[in-house]
Design a protein around this ligand. Structure first.
Ligand SMILES: C[S@@+](CC[C@H](N)C(=O)[O-])C[C@H]1O[C@@H](n2cnc3c(N)ncnc32)[C@H](O)[C@@H]1O
Length: 532
């Protein structure tokens, strides 16, 4: 036993630490909870040659810290069976959005670390078995933006995805495609040069420059930072009234610049999403860039540049900053922005975002290239309740179809839509409009538009059960199916029953608050299903 050179009583073995913490918190803290804290750098490990000691002082500090209090609070509310390891609170945003995972926004994706946890070959107190191995084939019948496909590649596994939304399959395939990065760089540079030339026909950039200068002067005068925000917090200013007043005061400056630079604001038509949600100059530029992309010969380069254009135009929608997530009304003038506490403006040109996202995409693809394995991942577009997987796969990759048929799929890792939460086609309406992809909204399971009522729940149960029944045909006999679900309505036991599967385990995962406002502790479940 190693000599303890510390303050007497301060250093504890993991067992002593778990007893001490259980007493300190008035609830059970296991030795594995303590090792989790060590493994993720929350507290330090002392000792050598296999001995482990924990400082009681550091443990106390942890339990008094934000993370520590949050863990205790969540467990008190949601139960001790909460697997804190699945909170992934140790990861920074850059890690949860690593390489190709941030090629395009998508509402409703799971984080790559969650997929890794179930696909990789580690075990712990909660995950007692290894479910998948290198070379296996994994299926995601609700593929979304392809998170599972990318992680399968990282782990040396083959994977198949299916999604009813063509644009979602497009994002997924763009993430896993193999690129000639030099070609992307060359072609995007050429398009940027052409766009810059195109911009010379108008004064949009000069207009934006001047507008920004005027806004800076105006905002420093009427919305000095941080004094203005303090006044709002202390309720010395009625934000709504003051914001409106100043918005009106700035409008003549904006209008005179619009006149000076001959800027056209709204488009004449407002029939389609593209007509309604983009200012005239933005629309002209995106049509111009898309025409150039269409002419490219390398189909992979063409695909990824389309994805960059889509990401660009998503950032250029004529909306206020606070309504970015849920579009309310298109905006064509400067406005008071409650998010930034000043007067803001919509976008009049796509150039800045196009350049930013092109650079970012190339960096992300290059990063992924350094770790990707030589395995196969494909996302098919189709209804997972009915799709003939082998036939559809044959159309795009015969060799992979033969492998799937022969070897069979080892299991599923997927997150089905939740009842009445998101309209998956609609969230990318701009891309459907621009690229002319066919929409199949009516085949989405559990869309927001159908609500959360009884009929919606019944059709959801049928839908997810049918997906399992249909895809089960392609699974190996000892399959493992993992479904991530926020099952507040307790629908999954019925779904499993209808699909002829049994739930063998449930992993309870804490979903940490994304915003300060959202204080409620809640969890989601990863259901583990097997053959009945
Ligand atoms: C929760 S999302 C999956 C997100 C994914 N795990 C990710 O990380 O990006 C659910 C997906 O199911 C798809 N979906 C809905 N109904 C479907 C159906 N009938 N067949 C196939 N996919 C469907 C939606 O389009 C959506 O992309």
């Amino acid at each position: 036993m190693q000599l303890r050179l510390f303050e007497p009583g301060d250093f504890l073995t993991p067992k002593e630490a778990s007893d001490w913490a259980s007493q300190h918190l008035g609830k059970k803290v296991s030795a594995s909870n303590i090792s989790y804290l060590i493994n993720y750098g929350r507290i330090r490990k002392y000792g050598e040659n296999g001995d482990t000691f924990i400082s009681r002082k550091e443990l106390t500090q942890y339990y008094n810290s934000f993370n520590g209090k949050r863990e205790t609070h969540y467990k008190t509310k949601l139960g001790e069976d909460l697997n804190w390891e699945l909170s992934f609170d140790q990861y920074k945003e850059a890690e949860t959005t690593k390489h190709v995972h941030r090629l395009h926004p998508y509402k409703g994706k799971f984080i790559p670390q969650l997929v890794e946890y179930f696909l990789d070959d580690h075990t712990d107190d909660f995950k007692k078995e290894i479910y998948f191995h290198e070379g296996d084939i994994v299926l995601d019948p609700f593929c979304g933006s392809g998170t599972m496909l990318v992680q399968a590649n990282e782990l040396g596994m083959n994977a198949l995805g299916i999604d009813i939304s063509y644009f979602n399959s497009f994002i997924s395939n763009c993430k896993v495609d193999d690129y000639d990065v030099q070609d992307i760089l060359q072609q995007s540079n050429l398009i940027t040069l052409k766009l810059k030339k195109f911009l010379l026909q108008h004064y949009t950039l000069e207009f934006e420059d001047d507008l920004l200068k005027e806004l800076n002067i105006f905002n420093s005068k009427y919305f000095p930072s941080p004094a203005y925000k303090h006044k709002i917090i202390n309720r010395e200013i009625d934000e709504f009234k003051y914001g409106r007043e100043k918005e009106k005061l700035f409008l003549p400056i904006f209008e005179s610049l619009v006149k000076k630079y001959d800027i056209i604001l709204k488009q004449e038509k407002s029939k389609t999403f593209l007509d309604k949600w983009f200012l005239q100059h933005v629309r002209n530029e995106l049509d111009f860039v898309y025409e150039k992309i269409k002419r490219l010969r390398n189909s992979n380069t063409k695909g990824i540049l389309k994805l960059i254009l889509s990401r660009t135009i998503r950032s250029c929608r004529a909306t206020t900053h606070s309504d970015l997530a849920t579009l309310v009304d298109p905006i064509s003038t400067t406005y008071y922005c409650s998010k930034h506490g000043k007067i803001c403006k919509p976008l009049f040109s796509i150039l800045r975002w196009w350049e930013t996202y092109t650079k970012d995409t190339i960096e992300r693809l290059s990063e992924f290239n350094t770790i990707r394995t030589d395995t196969k991942q494909i996302c098919l577009t189709g209804d997972s309740r009915k799709i003939d997987l082998i036939e559809e796969l044959k159309k795009v990759d015969k060799k992979f179809a033969t492998l799937v048929k022969k070897k069979k799929i080892n299991g599923i890792f997927s997150s089905p839509p939740y009842v009445g939460l998101i309209d998956y086609h609609e969230q990318h309406a701009y891309a459907y409009d621009l690229f002319g992809f066919k929409r199949k909204d009516e085949l989405e399971i559990g869309p927001l538009s159908k609500g959360k009522g009884r009929a919606a729940q019944a059709s959801y149960i049928e839908g997810v059960a049918q997906v399992l029944l249909n895809t089960k045909k392609y699974l190996a006999e000892n399959y493992n199916v993992f479904l991530v679900a926020n099952d507040k309505l307790n629908l999954y036991p019925t779904i499993a029953e209808k699909a002829g599967m049994k739930i063998v385990n449930q992993f309870k995962r804490p979903v940490l608050n994304r915003t300060e406002k959202d204080k409620g502790a809640y969890s989601e479940i990863i259901f583990h299903l097997k053959i009945k």
